[in-house]
Design a protein around this ligand. Structure first.
Ligand code: ADP
Length: 264
């Protein structure tokens, strides 16, 4: 297996002292160039993991290392250069008055020259198929197009990892397909790892590895196919039978042979 990019070492987190732990002794690694999907029932701690990776929160116990460096108050700004986030609501991510201003935003904060910015805007809007919308006002775009622009803005700062936290959840099926096509294409880039936090089976099926969260703990790490084969156990953690059946269908569509034995 390739080099580790993100390491969670016995991480525990709670939002307030008197509250229960939201993450409990979580350990897992994300490798360079890997696509990892994180799934789990509502409240299982997935979004909290995203915020810890980006240094929006810090764990009370354990350590998070990104590229060998611990995420803490001192390193957080440096680490954020390595981590690009795409969130659920496309409307909350826009800061520019045009698509190109928006893609430029992250670069402006990082001291890119004007020529370099223009080059990166062009390159990354092309990468997400939005090169014809440079001067469009973001509010005129569809949800899927908005998320593609958000992805271009993240790619423009050349992060080592892009985290998509339920980035397709508010999109219609067409928008979801747009984003997944975009994500599949950009994963081919060198030195970019992907973490998709999701309920969308497409995002699980195409991932290299799936991390299943349950009640703030890492319940399972496995390939999509192995996850399906544990379908009866999935029900115990709130990912029910229809989920397993749909996963089977998606795996078959993706050409992964599976046997459907036993009750779903
Ligand atoms: P998921 O993304 O899997 O739905 P979250 O990480 O959002 O889970 O939430 C995990 C738990 O933390 C839930 O019980 C949730 O209610 C709680 N939680 C999330 N955000 C906050 C917050 N800002 N303050 C207090 N509790 C929170």
């Amino acid at each position: 297996m390739s080099e580790k990019l993100i390491e969670f070492r016995n991480v525990s987190f709670r939002y307030r002292d008197e509250q229960p732990w939201v993450l409990n002794n979580c350990s897992f690694d994300i490798h360079m160039n890997e696509w990892a999907a994180i799934i789990g029932h509502n409240g299982s701690g997935k979004s909290t993991i995203a915020k810890l990776i980006n240094g929006l929160l810090f764990p009370q116990e354990g350590q998070i290392l990104i590229n060998g460096k611990e995420v803490n108050q001192e390193t957080v700004w440096e680490i954020r250069r390595d981590v690009g986030m795409v969130f659920q609501n496309p409307d909350n991510q826009f800061v520019g008055t045009t698509v190109q201003d928006d893609v430029a935003f992250g670069m402006e904060n990082r001291g890119f020259t004007r020529d370099k910015m223009l080059e990166e805007i062009d390159r990354n809007l092309r990468a997400v198929g939005m090169q014809d919308y440079r001067l469009t006002e973001p509010h005129r775009l569809s949800g899927g197009q908005k998320q593609r622009v958000a992805i271009a803005g993240v790619l423009a700062i050349s992060p080592r990892v892009m985290v998509l936290d339920e980035a397709t959840a508010m999109l219609d099926p067409h928008g979801r397909a747009e984003i997944m096509d975009t994500v599949s294409e950009v994963r081919e880039r060198n030195d970019l790892s992907l973490i998709t936090i999701t309920h969308d089976l497409q995002e699980i099926v195409q991932a290299d590895r799936v991390i299943v969260m349950n009640g703030g703990e890492v319940w399972q790490e496995a390939t999509p196919r192995e996850i399906f084969e544990k379908k009866n156990d999935l029900q115990k953690i709130g990912l029910d039978a229809p989920f397993a059946a749909l996963l089977a269908d998606e795996l078959q569509l993706a050409g992964v042979p599976i046997s459907r034995t036993g009750p779903l």
